[in-house]
Design a protein around this ligand. Structure first.
Ligand code: LER
Ligand code: MN
Length: 277
């Protein structure tokens, strides 16, 4: 019965929260003053904003809470990738002191998520890389996730492990690898990113189906990482796959937004209306 299928919560976009002087961020992140960005997102019909916070130790949730509230937005997720560039965060790091400090960063991300009523903390490139020893890195990453999943559970938050394509990282590229990694862990699921899964999986539709009930978050970009609608992904087919697995979270746009994020997010919203019906 189609009418019984859970609906997505809405659209969100990934916004970079960086300290002054950070320099350029990836062109898939929305940048600008938070007041302006949140007002623009609300104006474009977005219901959420995902915060990619470079430094969780120097982040004041109260400002973002107020701005999100006043614009009627939810914090769709807290993402963490920028901490790798700024602080060297790596949950798989072979140096115990670095791994411990990285766990502290993620503990802070979990606290921040709960303070902002967000249910999701993303484990993307801040998980770290193989460093020539993929087996060891995987074991250390698993140990880190075991520690963090208990904490996440106590805060009512879930960790979302994101398979990322092999040209960006060498640790956990596919949905299958991510499912193996998180097996048996509470409060830990998968983030499917339609761009990465187009590169790594038989298809992005199959990636959603394989992630199944363990899917807790969704990043959307087209096959070329441009806004949904500007590549070859069939978005109606993505929508069908999401309904089939019962996904009911946000679709968070993480696509090339330069030079003007408003235009790109408008194209994304128009394309993704099929997912929200
Ligand atoms: C992060 O969500 C992501 O998709 C990566 O490509 C960023 O490096
Ligand atoms: Mn992503």
């Amino acid at each position: 019965m189609m009418g019984m299928a859970p609906r997505l919560k809405g659209l969100s976009a990934v916004y970079a929260v960086v300290p002054e002087g950070f320099g350029e961020v990836m062109d898939i992140l929305v940048t600008g003053r938070p007041e302006t960005v949140m007002r623009d997102l609300a104006g474009l019909g977005y219901g959420g904003v995902e915060l990619n916070i470079a430094d969780p130790f120097r982040f004041d949730p109260s400002t973002y809470r107020r701005l999100a509230r006043s614009n009627g937005l939810e914090i769709a997720a807290i993402s963490t990738g920028l901490s790798r560039a700024l602080l060297g965060v790596s949950l798989a790091h072979p140096v115990e002191g670095v791994r411990r400090r990285s766990l502290e960063a993620f503990k802070r991300y979990i606290e921040v998520a709960s303070q902002l009523d967000s249910e999701v903390v993303v484990v993307g490139i801040a998980r770290g890389s193989c460093g020539g020893d993929c087996g060891g890195a995987r074991e250390r990453l698993r140990a880190s996730l075991e520690t963090l999943s208990d904490l996440a559970k106590s805060y009512g938050v879930v960790l979302a492990v994101e398979p990322i394509n092999r040209y960006e990282i060498d640790l956990v590229n596919t949905v299958g690898e991510a499912l193996d990694l998180i097996e048996g862990l509470d409060s830990t699921g998968l983030l499917v990113d339609t761009f990465h899964s187009t590169l790594e999986e038989p298809s992005p539709y199959q990636a959603v189906v394989e992630a199944g009930g363990r899917m807790v978050h969704l990043h959307v970009a087209d096959s070329n990482r441009r806004a949904p609608g500007l590549g070859i992904i069939d978005w109606a087919r993505i929508a069908r796959a999401l309904r089939r697995v019962g996904y009911a979270g946000y679709a968070s746009v993480e696509a090339r937004v330069m030079p003007d994020y408003r235009g790109q997010l408008e194209i994304a919203a128009r394309t993704l209306s099929a997912l929200l019906e």
